[in-house]
Ligand binder design. Sequence first.
Ligand SMILES: [Zn+2]
Length: 278
Amino acid sequence: MLVNLNDVLLKARKEKYAVGLFNTIDTDMLEAAISAAEELLSPIIIGTAEVLLPYGELRLIAPSVIEAAKRACVPVAVHYDHGLTFERCMEALKLGFSSVMFDGSAGDYSKNITDTAEIVKIAHAFGATVEGEIGHVGEASAMDNDASDMYTKVSEAAEYLNATGVDALAVSIGTAHGAYKSKPKLDFNRLSEINDAVSVPLVLHGGSGLTDDDFRTSIKEGISKVNIFTDLCAAGTRAMKKGLESGLSYLDIRSLRVSEIKNEVMKKIRLFGSDGKA
Ligand SMILES: [Zn+2]
């Protein structure tokens, strides 16, 4: 069934597990993610991100994701990840996404607040939820130096939340998007302080490549949603390589890819503790 973020995250926050957001660029990844959630009776969040649109057009991917969510026997939130512009967020809402992220975190703090608040007002009228970001989660490829000046400040998180009314908040505590060059070190004290200061579910971006312990501690200290994409691509790439080396046909390679991505999603669902929570 199609639900929004509040339907899956408020329970997760209370019971201290996390729900995964798995970004998909095509119906193969979509099938893999939904079937993993159904098999483990887990709520799930499926999305695509604005930076992924060159690989899967929003107006083409939206109807399949929404239809798959409606058909699923588990709760599925359909989330537009890292919306960078007002127009694209509105397009996602009009196409039926039950949730959008507006990410104004790279720009000016007060503009981030004004822009996010406007999108929250409209999204809520659609019955959709909004995730915002304060502090900034950058790209792993650019993380050579200490990025702690981009970390979420506890006081700003509370202020941002009150001023915007977002339903979930992405925090910057040391993770980054993409494949890490060296092992990230997460600021769990900061996470715990933010969790004490705000009343909405917190979101961890840049989840691919963290250790199992990193995830467990993050969830214990207040993370209720984890975004995963890079690890799914890695699983798919491994499957394609294996299929080619074994001389499999195009269709058999496709099946192998879906099944390997599904396994990766199932691994994450178990690790996040959302299995059996549908
Ligand atoms: Zn992200």
